[in-house]
Design a protein around this ligand. Structure first.
Ligand code: AMP
Ligand code: FES
Ligand code: ZN
Length: 306
């Protein structure tokens, strides 16, 4: 198979775009899609300082690599969840990656600052590790971005992540979450960093191919806590639909975004936005008196106490 843009051998076929690319044209395609998302969705400009949350996996390291290559002003944040060997190896990948490119890396250590790793914390509050983990990561993503004066926080969520999350929300008609499913969440109030997902135009396999052809050294295995997670099932279902009918995933998620935009581009229920105020314990914006993160930590401390 030949590349559709030049005479070289293709390394990846992309049926949803009726095309195939060689290494160089694939890299151009990935960078182009990221640039398009950043500009079209007004995520940030070259004047902004962007904090990229990196897990050590292919998506977030690709995002950091692409934004750095495109000349954006980026730094990285790694949250060490204390998941044994998996966290140690992910952190080492992130450290090697950022130091090779001379990028600033912020690290938040759960075991040092919260006093326990994610599995022990989740056990203490009887919650699945993945849901506790989401609350903790979101808290520190926002905290570090605001504390260090970054104008925007970027994550490596891709088209597969967003389409499977949308499917999960639609299957249960969790319409209250749909408002927050866009690739841009503006900094609605003081203390809330703007959040963006510049990889939302790219499928997971396109990102994986970019990471391989550009020899990015990322952690291949998934988080051990993700095994059996519902999201993996939704991804699998969407992949099967995609194989039968290329473009399904994109039509599903992008179609949702287009409808949202036509309705005025809602990002957060106005009633929720009006209720945002500083958490009494940590000062981060929340719609309750105490934010979810502080409630969770208080419960963990209360359970641990003799
Ligand atoms: P996940 O929720 O694991 O699918 O990850 C989604 C995105 O969150 C990744 O692409 C990263 O941008 C970010 N992320 C996940 N885990 C971490 C972590 N431990 N430290 C920093 N960022 C992370
Ligand atoms: Fe959060 Fe695995 S428990 S990434
Ligand atoms: Zn709080």
């Amino acid at each position: 198979m030949r590349c559709r843009k030049c005479p070289h051998k293709a390394v990846l076929e992309i049926p949803r775009h009726h095309t195939a690319f060689c290494k160089r044209c694939l890299t151009e395609f990935v960078c182009g899609q990221v640039e398009r998302a950043v500009k079209h969705d007004k995520m940030f400009t070259k004047a902004d300082r962007v904090l990229v949350a990196v897990s050590g996996g292919k998506d977030s390291l690709t995002l950091l690599d692409v934004l750095h290559t495109l000349g954006y002003h980026v730094a990285a944040l790694y949250v060490d969840l204390g998941i044994g060997d998996y966290s140690k190896r992910s952190k080492a990948k992130v450290e090697a990656f950022t130091s090779a490119r001379g990028l600033v890396l912020h690290v938040h250590e759960l075991k040092e600052d919260e006093g326990a790793g994610i599995n022990d914390l989740a056990n203490l509050i009887s919650r699945p590790a993945c849901s506790a983990c989401g609350t903790i990561k979101r808290h520190h993503f926002n905290r570090v971005a605001v504390e260090y004066g970054y104008s925007v926080l970027a994550t490596g969520h891709n088209l597969d992540d967003e389409a499977s999350r949308l499917l999960g929300n639609v299957l249960r008609w969790q319409t209250e979450y749909l408002d927050k499913q866009g690739p841009v969440l503006p900094a609605s109030v003081d203390g809330f960093a703007k959040k963006v997902k510049p990889l939302y135009r790219l499928a997971e396999r396109e990102i994986a191919a970019y990471a391989v052809v550009n020899k990015l050294d990322y952690i291949v295995e998934e988080c051990p806590n993700a095994v059996g997670a519902k999201m993996l099932l939704y991804k699998d279902v969407l992949n099967r639909l995609e194989a039968e009918s290329p473009g399904t995933k994109q039509a599903f998620y992008w179609g949702f975004l287009a409808k949202q935009e036509a309705e005025g581009g809602r990002t957060m229920a106005e009633s929720d936005q009006a209720m945002l105020r500083p958490c009494v314990a940590c000062g981060q914006p929340t719609t309750a008196e105490t934010c979810n993160y502080c409630k969770m930590m208080a419960r963990a401390i209360a359970t641990k106490a003799p």
